[in-house]
Every structure is written in C-alpha cells, then in structure tokens.
Design a binder for this molecule. Structure first.
Ligand code: KIV
Length: 274
C-alpha cells in the first residue's frame, strides 16, 4: 500500500508560525492566470477588495460587493495550489454584527474554498474577530489606514503622525491580536509605530506602506507589475514596467489588423487539399 503525501497548501497557522523565522511574502491576486504565475513565490495571496479600484475602475473600495469577492476568490483558488488564499470581506458585509460577519465569512469559505478572510477594523471589530476565530474562521486583521472608512476618514494619507493616531493604532493592533487574528495587515503607518506594534503583538504584521519593520509585506499586484500608472504612492515599487509593453502590443495589433497583415497564413484554418 502506498502512502500519498500530497503537498498541501500553506495554512493560516503556517503564516502565523513564520513570525521571527523569515519575512512573509504576500501580493494581491484577482484572477486565475496571475494566481498561477504567483503561486510558488508568495506565502499568501490576498484577494483584496482593492479589486474594485484595480479591476473595476471604482473610486474607492466601498462599492465592492460580496459577489465580486466570491467570484475572484474562486478564480484565485483555481489558479493556485501552494499559497494560502485570503479573501477580503467587502464594506457592509460584516460591520453590522458579529453574526452578520460569521454568515458572510462562512459563505466566502464555503463558496471559494479559501482558508481565511480579512476584515478591516481595530478595537471596534475585536469582538467580531474573536467570534469568528472561535468558530473556525481564521481572520487576517487590518489596522492603520482603512480604505473602507474613506467616507468618514476623508483621505488616503499615512497615519501615526500625532499622539491621537498613535494611541488609536496601537490599541487597534493590540485588540485584534488579543482577539485571535493569525496576522495583522498594517497599512499606511509611519515606521516607528509599525516597528513598535510588530514588537508588541504575538502574530505577524504584514506591512503595506508601513516600513520594512513589519514581519512581512503585501503589495497590489498591478502596482508590482507597473500596469497601474495613474499615480505611484511612495510605498509602491514597480518590479516590472508592463504598461508601455501592453500599449505597444495593442498598437501593433491594431496596425496589423488595419494593414491586413494579421491574421497571417499561419493563423488561418484551411481545408485540407486532396
Ligand atoms: O484590498 C487590498 O488589496 C488590501 C491590501 C492593500 C492590504 O487590503
């Protein structure tokens, strides 16, 4: 009898265990082909609600629906077998009550097959995070800049620049840590505070615009590939510059179609002779 030891996907517990071992690598992913290319290189893929802005051209993440998140979560799961996949809960699908959060998160896990969800929020969401984690739903927290709150906070600027902000983010991170999250995203936060939180919490911190002091890093995939070029925040690095390559490909295609040089004989089906 042979014993199959199929390689399994990284689990939220594996991500948590990386704290203090090595930096954790994460990127957002929204589609099957990109997930396939990324799968062996990241510890977890985040199906972020940033997809509303990146893929759908929305002004903010507020308009993202649960159906969008589930469809893209399924796509990313189909394209991966190694990385842990975490799906964001969209605005309005979890803030009302811990019961609403559980129902939404359970639906995401069941319908996508992903192993964890992310939700934005600090001390005010700690009870919800505890409720979920006690009931079989691994949670990735998200503190600091919280894009879903754009309508009350009013902007996308880095935080932790005055005592009030420092105290709030410090308390938020501690509350989400105590509530049982397996890791915490810190977004748009100054280095000294991100460093202090990383040293204080039990679980890994994953920074985006929160300095190298965090236990890991996440970026939006279109930023990494240089596809989204309308503006470039300070924390973004383009690891490739695909936008001009894509424009050139579209221009060449258009030229060849107009010149009737595409499709050529090699792209054309013919009837067999004889
Ligand atoms: O939605 C998203 O992509 C995110 C990351 C920026 C952390 O929340």
């Amino acid at each position: 009898m042979s014993v199959h030891t199929a390689k399994r996907r990284l689990a939220p517990a594996d991500i948590k265990a990386l704290k203090g071992e090595r930096p954790i690598v994460s990127l957002t992913a929204y589609t099957t082909p990109v997930a396939k290319l990324m799968d062996q290189h990241v510890d977890f893929m985040l199906v972020g609600d940033s997809l509303g802005m990146v893929l759908y051209g929305l002004d903010s993440t507020v308009g993202v629906t649960l159906e969008m998140m589930i469809a893209h979560g399924q796509a990313v799961m189909r394209g991966s077998s190694n990385a842990c996949v975490v799906v964001d809960l969209p605005f309005g699908s979890y803030q009302q009550s811990k019961e609403q959060a559980f129902a939404t998160a359970a639906r995401v896990l069941k319908e996508t097959g992903c192993s964890a969800i992310k939700l934005e929020g600090g001390a005010e969401m700690a009870e919800t995070v505890h409720f979920l984690t006690q009931r079989g739903i691994p949670v990735l927290g998200h503190v600091g800049l919280m894009p879903q709150l754009i309508n009350t906070t009013g902007g996308y600027r880095s935080l932790g620049r005055n005592d009030k902000e420092v105290e709030k983010i410090r308390k938020d991170a501690a509350a989400i840590d105590d509530a049982g999250a397996f890791a915490i995203v810190i977004e748009g936060t100054v280095e000294p505070l991100a460093r202090e939180i990383t040293g204080a919490v039990k679980v890994p911190t994953i920074g985006i615009g929160a300095s190298p002091a965090c236990d890991g890093q996440v970026l939006v995939v279109d930023d990494v590939l240089g596809i989204f070029t309308d503006f470039k925040p300070r924390f973004v690095k383009h690891f490739a510059n695909l936008a001009p390559l894509m424009s050139e490909a579209f221009a060449t295609y258009a030229q060849e179609v107009k010149a009737r040089s595409f499709p050529g004989p090699e792209h054309t089906f013919q009837l067999k002779k004889g």
